[in-house]
Design a protein around this ligand. Structure first.
Ligand code: NDP
Length: 494
């Protein structure tokens, strides 16, 4: 990464952004606008259209018309593939500009943003583009006088709603498979992180995605998100965000056309360290990175550290050391490890969780407060809290911030019981040199992803999805395609 280029990009003013509807950049129907505050210094970066219900309805109508006339779904698979490949190339060609814009909007440290945002988004889109002409239908094992065929058909209009933490990466997890299969999409990004996604969508048009096939409407979830959820003209909702909003989307579906709803929700993921871990120093460093990167705003963050009692004190000391070695600050500096919290509101939520943890008997070993307030930005010291009991708030509720809760355990059975003692089931890890124990942990911990002797880093070839109140359905891998297709049976008497 070249600091000079980053500095030049951050010095550029950011022009106001409008919706992308029917292939055109259009303002809100009532002219409403929302300021975009940069979490780096708390200043107004630019503005986006404050969408109305009418804006969302226009986007949905455009997506529906595009789907019905076959301008995308009706193209030969090879043609769609070519366009999507070009889109991935354009994202890569503009990667630094996209990443810097995204960081100015959401505060993720640039090293992570560059890799996880344009880098991952381009990879995801390319993965589904490559797959789309290799997915055949099926011929069923029928009696001789019957031909039974199973076709995969696009569902029609997909509504996608995404959060602030990784807009391009998570956006691409929905857009890649949905567009590859021929659907039209209306996407609503987070109020606090729309810019890079809007820019990435504009590149889709440049690559040749026809007008109306990909629409982006900005604004409040309670207005445009709700309109999308309640629409009679949307066939599938693909969501990443909090459980509270996920619940609402299920209600919207029930209250409207019973559209399918796929939810990627939060987590309280256990990172379990046994005394026989192959390298405890490495485990401590990865445990710190696994919760604190992107200021803890990572759905799979290892936010519960479960440590075997015999090594607890030494291991906590090593985690604290690794934590204090991480540099917090300006996310556009290449040597920063932890950037800004996305908004002042989220920063206050995080600080509230620390206070509650202390009131419930937790001990703050490092961090615990706001730092760098003089910059105007929203920075929090990465925080390690020990003596977190099984039912404590910090063990049960997702913070979505840089706060790690530590709990000691005695036996493998205790570790599994603790690990499974939440409503969530998104990710987890176990550190052990015992092969049998490693496999037992993969089976016993109820999560969608289980890491062994590492944390995070799973690529696009494997699914990411939760169990329990972490959601349903998976992003990534070929399995994600199932969300965006209907199976149709043709039963033919010969
Ligand atoms: P929210 O649920 O608050 O918001 C997510 C999106 O939903 C935003 O675009 C928001 O709009 C929108 N929204 C809010 N209210 C409504 C509504 N009534 N109807 C329709 N849409 C609405 O989540 P956060 O933005 O706070 O994101 C953090 C959460 O996302 C955490 O719980 C995290 O774990 C989860 N997450 C899960 C991942 C996974 O793969 N499982 C990955 C990343 C994050 P707006 O905010 O603009 O008003």
């Amino acid at each position: 990464m070249d600091q000079t280029k980053i500095d030049a990009l951050r010095a550029q003013p950011v022009a106001p952004f409008d919706h992308l509807i029917d292939g055109r950049h259009v303002p809100a129907s009532d002219g409403g606008r929302m300021d975009v505050i940069s979490p780096i210094d708390g200043t107004v970066l630019t503005s986006v259209a404050a969408g109305t219900a009418a804006d969302m309805d226009a986007a949905i109508a455009s997506a529906r018309a595009a789907f019905e006339d076959g301008r995308w779904a009706g193209q030969p698979p090879a043609a769609r593939k070519k366009v999507l490949m070009k889109w991935a190339d354009l994202i890569e060609a503009n990667a630094l500009e996209l990443a810097v814009l995204g960081v100015r909007d959401n505060g993720t440290e640039i090293g992570m943003a560059l890799k996880a945002e344009p880098g991952s988004a381009a990879g995801t889109i390319r993965y589904y583009a490559e797959a789309l002409d290799k997915l055949y239908g099926e011929i069923a094992t029928t009696p001789q006088d019957i031909l039974g065929m199973i076709h995969r058909e696009p569902v029609g209009v997909v509504g996608a709603i995404i959060p602030w933490n990784f807009p391009m990466m998570i956006g691409a997890w929905k857009l890649g498979p949905a567009l590859a299969m021929g659907n039209s999409v209306v996407l609503k990004p987070s109020e606090t992180a729309s810019l890079s996604l809007l820019r990435m969508a504009a590149l889709a048009l440049e690559a040749g995605v026809p007008p109306g096939v990909l629409n982006v409407v900005t604004g409040a979830g309670s207005v445009v998100g709700q309109t999308l959820g309640l629409s009679m003209n949307v066939d599938v909702l693909a969501f990443t965000g909090s459980g509270a909003t996920g619940r609402r989307l299920m209600e919207y579906a029930a209250a409207s056309n019973m559209k399918r709803v796929y939810l990627e929700l939060g987590g309280k993921s256990p990172n379990i360290v046994f005394a026989d871990a192959p390298d405890l120093d490495e485990a401590a460093k990865v445990a710190a990175a696994g919760i604190f990167r992107n200021a803890g705003q990572v759905c799979v963050a290892g936010s519960r550290l479960l440590v075997e009692a015999s090594i607890h004190d030494d291991f906590v000391a090593a985690v604290v050391k690794a934590t204090e070695a991480m540099r917090v600050g300006d996310p556009l500096r290449t040597d920063t490890h932890i950037g800004a919290v996305n908004s002042e509101g989220q920063l206050n939520v995080n600080l509230g969780f620390v206070k509650t943890a202390q009131a419930e008997g937790g001990n703050v070993m490092t961090g615990g407060g706001r730092i760098l307030a003089e910059t105007g930005g929203y920075y929090m010291a990465p925080t390690v809290v020990t003596d977190v009991t099984r039912d404590a708030t910090l063990a049960q509720r997702e913070v979505f911030g840089p706060v790690l809760g530590v709990t000691a355990f005695e036996t493998e059975a205790d570790a599994v019981a603790l690990a499974n003692a939440t409503v969530y089931g998104l990710a987890g890890a176990a550190w052990t040199a015992n092969l049998g124990r490693a496999h037992r942990m993969v089976r016993a911990v109820r999560t969608g992803v289980m890491h062994i002797n590492t944390y995070g880093g799973a690529d696009g070839t494997v699914p990411l999805g939760g169990v329990g109140q972490s959601g349903n359905g998976s992003d990534k891998s070929l399995h994600a395609i199932d969300k965006y297709v209907n199976l149709k049976t043709a039963w033919i008497k010969l």
